[in-house]
Design a protein around this ligand. Structure first.
Ligand code: NAD
Length: 474
């Protein structure tokens, strides 16, 4: 007889562990199955986000930004440092201890919430059963409801196969023992820019090869163009757009990469190469074929707007289903599904998922871009405010970037907010909340913002939509 639960969650990333905690809070007998293990063979909860994604990359982004400030930013504040010494192993160890702290924290939360944590790879069987395989041992549990939260894995390309040494994915790029002299990155997306920035700040010469001709296509292009100028001119990232990698060859201490650009063939040699060309759902062998779990043509588990799969009682959430591969979207789906299982009303607003790219300056946005507004033929108006005219920003020696707001020209309802600038990741929360309440730019314009703060740039951008920003010429 297999042990029976109210809910079995497969996957303990930000989708699965949050779903499990919410289920347990709602009084449901919950188990969570996860197969993550670290290089030392020890299981670790938290999935990609905590182990090799959001958290460790932010730890290194923060450390490396401090290096960049010490080298190039402090002088303007009247602080002179003769020579900044960088100790990469200490930096990486600090990152590892933050990860250990948080992943162990989830184990503690599971214990406190009486969630049964099961180590092994879960596979959906018929009749709401899950088979758990752990190094050859197999067991089966059953449940009234199953939540598949199996996440995603880095996409591989045959022209540059990851070997974990010279050619690495995002995980490998968090563990270099020193900054490579020459670093190549394939893909100028979120991971390529974040990790490229880390190693650039730590001294690497960084070349990013991006297949598309447009830089950061999902980002409002006015901001993307300004960001591109800053990353290339001020920070020295060599971003080659329209570069198609055709081959690579690993040598003893380097990797040679061939690519085509505007019809010409090029070859470059790097000490290390990061492949960051997107992620794919981790759904190989996720269900017994007899179950008939429907996947789409990209391998994602098909779900309706309430994250229900085509199998009765089985839900799927996070990176393994449609929508952006973002931890906060995954967690919200986890909460909503847990509440639905407990018989409550739940709601996920997929139109208002904020995005953040943790470069310097940061890029954050929610809602539609101006390009989308144009393509949809909307009658819209825009406003913007530059951080160069914001007192707090100047006090911080941050002079670039802007807040841009897009609103419906007839109703004034906010349609999109785009921020390139200091602390954009924090500032965007105001825009998400405003849009969640269907706010108009007038609502933000009439809201008192503390002085002197970066948030005044949001206030002024809202005023600017109506041509009445106070600290810039409209
Ligand atoms: P991405 O989709 O952001 O970017 C991949 C880039 O690689 C694209 O610009 C694409 O055009 C390019 N590309 C694809 N194939 C290529 C090729 N053969 N040669 C050259 N360029 C190629 O993917 P990512 O950066 O790998 O990140 C994966 C996912 O992880 C993202 O979808 C994102 O949701 C998530 N993520 C989010 C954050 C964050 O929120 N800050 C951070 C890291 C990752």
């Amino acid at each position: 007889m297999s042990e029976k639960f109210d809910v079995v969650v497969v996957g303990a990333g930000p989708a699965g562990y949050v779903a499990a905690i919410r289920c347990a809070q709602l009084g449901l007998k919950t188990a969570c199955v996860d197969d993550w293990q670290n290089a030392d063979g020890k299981p670790s909860l938290g999935g990609t986000c905590l182990n090799v994604g959001c958290i460790p990359s932010k730890a290194l982004l923060d450390s490396s930004e401090k290096v960049a400030q010490a080298q190039h930013g402090f002088e303007a504040h009247g602080i002179k440092i003769d020579k900044v010494k960088v100790d990469v192993p200490t930096m990486v160890a600090r990152k590892d201890s933050i990860v250990a702290n948080l992943t162990q924290g989830i184990a503690g939360l599971f214990k406190a919430n009486k969630i049964t944590s099961l180590h092994g790879r879960g596979k959906l069987l018929a009749d709401r059963k899950v088979e758990i395989n752990n190094a050859g041992d197999s067991s089966v549990v059953s449940a009234d409801h199953i939540i598949l939260a199996v996440g995603s894995e880095p996409m591989a390309i045959p022209v540059a196969e990851v070997d974990g040494d010279r050619i690495v994915d995002n995980a490998g790029a968090l563990d270099f023992d020193s900054a490579p002299k020459k670093l190549g990155v394939i893909g100028a997306g979120v991971i390529g820019l974040e990790l490229g920035s880390v190693w650039r700040r730590l001294g690497a010469e960084v070349t990013i090869l991006e297949a598309m001709d447009t830089f950061l296509a999902p980002v409002d292009q006015q901001l993307a163009r300004e960001a591109q100028r800053t990353f290339t001119k001020a920070q020295g990232l060599d971003i080659k757009l329209g570069a198609m990698v055709t081959a690579s060859k690993v040598n003893k201490k380097s990797v040679r990469v061939n690519y085509t650009l505007k019809g010409e063939e090029y070859s470059d040699t790097f000490d290390r190469l990061i492949v960051a060309v997107g992620r794919r759902p981790n759904t190989d062998d996720i269900a017994d074929p007899g179950v008939g779990l429907a996947l789409d043509d990209r391998g994602r588990i098909e779900v309706d707007h309430e994250c229900r799969t085509n199998v009765e009682g089985v839900f799927a959430i996070g990176d393994a289903v449609k929508g952006p591969m973002l931890a906060h979207k995954a967690s919200e789906e986890g909460v909503a599904v847990a509440e639905m299982i407990a018989g409550q009303q739940a709601h996920i607003n997929h139109d208002l998922v904020p995005w953040v790219i943790y470069t310097h300056p940061e890029i954050a946005w929610v809602g539609i871009t101006e390009e989308q507004a144009k393509a949809d033929g909307l009658n819209y108006k825009t406003g913007f405010f530059p951080f160069a005219a914001n007192g707090r920003s100047l006090a911080m020696n941050e002079k670039g970037g802007r807040v841009k707001m897009i609103a419906d020209a007839d109703t004034d309802r906010i349609l999109g907010v785009h921020i390139l600038g200091p602390n954009a990741s924090e500032l965007i929360a105001e825009a998400v909340l405003a849009m969640e309440y269907s706010a108009s730019t007038e609502d933000i314009a009439r809201t008192i913002h503390a002085h002197p703060t970066l948030s005044e740039a949001m206030h002024e951008a809202a005023l600017s939509v109506d041509g009445r920003a106070l600290h810039k010429v409209n």
